[in-house]
Write a protein that binds this ligand. Structure first.
Ligand code: PEP
Ligand code: MN
Length: 458
């Protein structure tokens, strides 16, 4: 995220008839209805004057790294909360999330013997798509919670009214998170010589923690060996690159942070390095696709079981007409029971079109279910199996799975069942903290990283 060499500028055509506000001519799904338009406009004006959260050269550097992943030279690890909350913008939560991602990436670097592209689902993951506009409890119906950028989770009429002041708070909380992550990463926290910094205090005697320790020791020995051999200090390993991502759902917010920058052509969405289009807002003629068409960031597209080959082809035509490498990441999230049926035709469609994409698997969102008592959960076994199948399906199709997109946390939560400690449905009551989707905990995350290594090495 910092101190990237500036990559060469690729000169490609600017998209036609596009402005950051062009999306307003199209149907925008999943948007909040603000009671006071003037207040919304004023918040958007204030945001448009606010400093951006990332820079254009970081974005271009990420594009280069995605282009490398597209040709099999990197593996992408994207992970973090389903939704961030303003009251969780705290030092321990941010640090723990970073620790898990760093530990997982170390397992991947070691096992895959290739660089890992690290992307956090954080510093802006505040807007949530919902399956219904309203929520009813005990006969009372209120607007749905749409993420902290829009309204509050409490089930009261006041809390659920969309409030434009939250747009400003979302920007501020994203900036604080970003600032802290940048400082940690730059200040030596991500130093490969000291993976012991990444231990989570609450993890005791976990077999996976032990296994991780072995990998970390192994890397430590290799580093010292290299340094002795060359008589130099592997200085560049004292820090790693970290990029940010979120679902660019709230189009007024994204528009306000979309800017032109000196010495670059076109527009950059400077709210994040890597915005993605959610499954519910990927209509080719919809407002979200129109917004994404004009920004130069790399783009993620969630691909669910309902997506057809034609639909994917249209999205690629609209969003990457010049077939630029490093531009598109397709994040499939089919569910373990649908992936074998739904993924192959899409791989074929992309192949036929000849568009460069990076395929990554989100094994979380197609595997959400409710327990009998109504708790939203995911079975670890299904998550693992979808990941496993994804590798095999790509391999059989002559394609390649180049990354994973995960919902995880560094906290000791019990939200997904199964895993090393074989969490049961009864355990879900112990530490279920997510306000939206269930996340992998530390052990489940590491276990998944280890599975990826096993699969990839085959
Ligand atoms: C998400 O990533 O939190 C999400 C809502 O995903 P999807 O659009 O794939 O359902
Ligand atoms: Mn989610």
């Amino acid at each position: 995220m910092i101190k990237h060499a500036r990559p060469p500028v690729q000169q490609v055509r600017e998209p036609e008839n596009w402005k950051p506000e062009s999306w307003q001519r199209r149907e925008a799904l999943q948007q909040a209805r603000y009671p006071d338009e003037a207040q919304l406009e004023s918040a958007v004006r204030q945001l448009a004057e606010s400093p951006p959260l990332v820079t254009s050269w970081e974005i271009l550097s990420l594009r280069e790294q995605i282009a490398e992943a597209q040709v099999g030279k990197r593996f992408m690890l994207q992970g973090g909360d389903c939704a961030e909350n303003f009251n969780e913008c705290t030092s321990p939560l941010i640090t723990n999330r970073l620790k898990v991602l760093l530990q997982m990436s170390l397992v991947l670097v070691h096992g895959l013997q290739m660089p890992v592209l690290r992307v956090g689902r954080f510093a802006g993951q505040y807007a949530k798509p919902r399956s219904s506009d309203t929520e009813t409890r005990d006969g009372v119906t209120l607007p749905s919670y749409r993420g902290d950028i829009v309204n509050a989770i409490d089930f009261t009429p006041e809390a659920r009214v969309p409030n434009p002041a939250r747009l400003i708070q979302a920007h501020a909380s994203s900036a604080m998170t970003m600032n802290f992550v940048r400082a940690l990463v730059d200040g030596g926290f991500a130093d490969l010589h000291h993976p012991e910094y990444w231990n989570l205090s609450w993890v005791e005697h976990s077999p996976l923690a032990e296994e991780f320790q072995k990998i970390a020791d192994n890397i430590g020995h290799s580093l010292r060996f290299l340094e002795t051999l060359t008589g130099t200090d592997a200085g560049s390993l004292r820090r790693v690159d970290f990029f940010t991502s979120h679902e660019a759902l709230h189009l007024h917010y994204e528009q306000a942070l979309t800017r032109q920058v000196p010495r670059q052509w076109g527009w950059f969405n400077l709210s994040t390095h890597f915005p993605w289009i959610g499954m519910r807002t990927a209509a080719p003629d919809g407002a979200h696709v129109e917004f994404f068409r004009g920004i130069r960031n790399p783009i993620g597209i969630k691909v669910g079981p309902g997506m057809t080959a034609d639909w994917v082809a249209q999205l690629l035509d609209t969003l990457n007409p010049e077939r630029e490498p490093g531009r598109i990441v397709l994040i499939h999230r089919m569910g373990e029971s649908r992936i074998e049926e739904c993924l192959p035709p899409l791989i074929q469609a992309v192949e036929d079109q000849g568009s460069p994409v990076l395929w990554i698997c989100d094994p979380m969102h197609g595997n959400t279910e409710s327990t009998e008592s109504g708790i939203k959960t995911r079975r670890f076994r299904r998550i693992m199996r979808e990941m496993d199948l994804a590798f095999d399906i790509h391999r059989a199709a002559g394609s390649r799975l180049g990354g994973a997109h995960l919902e995880l946390t560094g906290e000791d939560v019990t939200e997904c069942t199964g895993g090393a400690r074989d969490l049961s449905e009864a355990d879900l009551n112990r530490a279920y903290k997510s306000t939206v989707d269930p996340r992998l905990n530390y052990e489940q995350s590491l276990e998944l990283a280890m599975l990826i290594v096993q699969k990839y090495g085959q």
